[in-house]
Design a protein around this ligand. Structure first.
Ligand SMILES: C[S@@+](CC[C@H](N)C(=O)[O-])C[C@H]1O[C@@H](n2cnc3c(N)ncnc32)[C@H](O)[C@@H]1O
Length: 255
């Protein structure tokens, strides 16, 4: 059956830069046009927030020149050698900022495409005076492709868009192609932590990740991990729970 969804003819589909360069993947996000609140707008437009906004937070998510996340912290109290977490798709950033506050000796980079969320996150980082946070506007897949190998200690992906319709499953972030890109940038011994409130995606994830060579499931093959204490509840998670959804966490170590 042919599809009439604009998502299926995504002009921004990109080539996967690996040993099968002809292979194309589509974006894992659909940019939403939602209201920008005053605080977010303020953060995106005032120079005192520039210390958080690696590529200004606005515009088209131009990632050129961002090839080393550690170097972003060179002039901060932690420096560039501190443990490094990358959060993909932090939404409005509440749980991301809570985690950064709870672990001041760890550096946190968040990447999002949703500008109101980027602005709000920068605003909160400033309110708490955080020095261990940097925010990037853009596609995490593109960013990961231009980072060095063995670069990041933890990559977290909380409540990624579930892309419920079968014809949109190719947009799911957790796929063998995208995990190849994720694990390349992860350090040996580093973690990939994900969680979802969508049951079909949960079982899809455990299958993809358990079968992915070079990753080991903390809970053992086929099993989920109870939500660890260090992961605060996210906005999407709360919404899912209110709708009666379950929550499934998965943590994998790179061999
Ligand atoms: C369902 S929301 C979850 C937000 C947040 N993690 C939470 O749990 O409340 C998924 C977010 O991931 C972002 N996203 C999806 N694919 C992305 C990508 N490739 N790079 C950066 N952000 C992405 C979307 O813009 C969206 O804000």
């Amino acid at each position: 059956m042919s599809s009439h969804s604009p998502l299926d003819n995504d002009p921004t589909a990109q080539d996967v830069n690996d040993d099968a360069p002809y292979k194309r993947i589509v974006n894992t996000f659909m940019k939403r046009r939602t209201h920008m609140n005053k605080k977010a707008e303020h953060a995106l437009n005032h120079p005192e927030f520039a210390r958080y906004l690696v590529n200004n937070g606005t515009g088209d998510g131009d990632l050129s020149g961002i090839t080393d996340l550690r170097a972003l912290f060179a002039d901060t109290p932690n420096g560039s050698d501190a443990p490094l977490t990358l959060e993909i798709g932090f939404g409005l950033g509440d749980s991301f900022i809570e985690m950064a506050q709870a672990e001041p000796a760890r550096n946190f980079v968040g990447i999002e495409v949703h500008e109101p969320g980027i602005g709000k996150c920068a605003y909160m980082a400033d309110q708490h005076g955080l020095t261990n946070v940097k925010i990037i506007n853009g596609d995490a897949i593109k960013l990961l492709q231009q980072l060095p190998e063995n670069h990041i200690d933890r990559i977290q992906l909380y409540f990624p868009d579930p892309w419920q319709k079968k014809r949109h499953h190719k947009r799911r972030f957790v796929s063998p192609e995208r995990m190849k890109i994720v694990t390349r940038a992860l350090k040996s011994g580093g973690w990939f932590h994900t969680a979802t409130d969508w049951e079909h995606y949960a079982f899809w994830m455990v299958e993809v990740l358990d079968d992915f060579e070079g990753l080991s499931n903390h809970a053992g093959r086929g099993n989920f991990t109870p939500r660890p204490d260090f992961r605060p509840m996210t906005k999407f998670e709360k919404r899912g729970i209110e709708r009666g959804h379950g929550v499934w966490d998965l943590i994998y170590t790179k061999d």
